[in-house]
Design a protein around this ligand. Structure first.
Ligand code: ATP
Length: 316
């Protein structure tokens, strides 16, 4: 089976247990949970039985070990995760505001992940993988961007495929060199996975259908738009397919997009048809929001089948 590789940050997430504006007063917390968008993505790929590996870097501390142990237990090849002595693994404190948006305190600027380099193990994985998945966060961090761009060039040059999830949070949009990096990766990507309005950051047009046409004309094979609790849509030269959101109890939306992308890439690489691929990706996103903790909702195939079967039972 095809091997999927991703590159990027690993951190832990610690969550407030009550809604509020932030962390300005002592309050009950839960966690740490394994996190980092690329880590969530690759965990989902592996839980679906697709060979999966990640190039990253953690500190020699409990937060790093928490992540390593989880990824290893879920079958991810962790040979490309460097454990950096004397450095720390990043963390993010997250609190949901009453309006549903999220307040963050990040401790990642000086984390071990920021000093990724092309180690022999990373190089071996880049040479061996069939598919590479890149996220916007990897392109905005100076210590990761050069490696991510080099990996894109190498994997594409030898015929591998590339998916790209921009995942651009406001705080990373100002990163130096980000526009060039985004353009370079977008130009080579086979599957582009923006969420909602994010697509307009990459197009002249501010109308969705026209924006999609613009991207397909630039040579992107497939555009998949994630729409949160409104489901998802997939576009290629042959047209459009929509998936209505499944009805689930949303406990924690963090990680939905990463699980969606992980399932999409797994099914696509396994040769599933477009409808099936979108249906399972949509189900993986829905499954992800039902669990507290960003990576806790990554589903197995039987979990997705059970969720889809239960939904069919709900149809009139
Ligand atoms: P994040 O950055 O938090 O991981 P995202 O913005 O990349 O998320 P979303 O659009 O929020 O991604 O979610 C991805 C997919 O997950 C959606 O397209 C949909 O298929 C599914 N999904 C998300 N939220 C829900 C929900 N409340 N109910 C059902 N499905 C959902």
């Amino acid at each position: 089976a095809a091997t999927v590789l991703t590159i990027g940050e690993i951190l832990v997430e610690i969550m407030a247990t009550t809604p509020g504006e932030g962390f300005g007063e002592p309050q009950p917390l839960v966690g740490p949970f394994p996190s980092g968008a690329p880590a969530i993505f690759i965990d989902q790929v592996s839980r679906l039985g697709t060979p999966a590996a990640i190039v990253s870097r953690v500190g020699d501390d409990d937060f790093g070990r928490l992540n390593l142990n989880r990824l290893r237990a879920d079958g991810v090849d962790v040979s490309g995760i460097e454990v950096a002595a004397g450095e720390t693994t990043g963390s993010a404190f997250v609190r949901y505001r009453p309006d549903g948006s999220r307040a963050f305190v990040f401790n990642i600027a000086h984390s071990a992940t920021g000093r990724l380099s092309l180690t022999p193990s990373a190089e071996a994985l880049i040479e061996r993988c069939d598919h590479l998945h890149i996220m916007g966060s990897a392109l905005s961090a100076p210590g990761i961007a050069h490696l991510a761009r080099e990996a894109v060039r190498r994997v594409k040059a030898r015929g591998g495929s590339l998916s790209f999830d921009p995942n651009l949070r406001p705080e990373i949009l100002q990163a130096p060199g980000l526009p060039e990096a985004l353009d370079e990766v977008l130009a080579q990507c086979d599957v582009f996975l923006p969420s909602g309005e994010e697509i307009f950051l990459f197009t002249e047009s501010k109308d969705e259908a026209a924006a999609v046409t613009e991207l397909l004309q630039r040579g992107i094979g497939t555009v998949v738009i994630k729409r949160g609790n409104q489901g998802a849509s997939r576009f290629d030269q042959h047209g459009r397919i929509d998936a209505a959101a499944l009805t689930v109890d949303e406990v924690d939306p963090t990680g939905a997009g990463d699980c969606f992308a992980g399932a999409y890439v797994s099914f696509w690489l396994a040769g599933a048809d477009p409808e099936t691929t979108l249906r399972y990706a949509n189900a993986a996103g829905a499954h992800a929001v039902t669990k507290l903790g960003p990576m806790e909702g990554a589903a197995t195939l039987s979990g997705l089948n059970a969720l889809l079967a239960a939904q069919n039972g709900k149809d009139p």
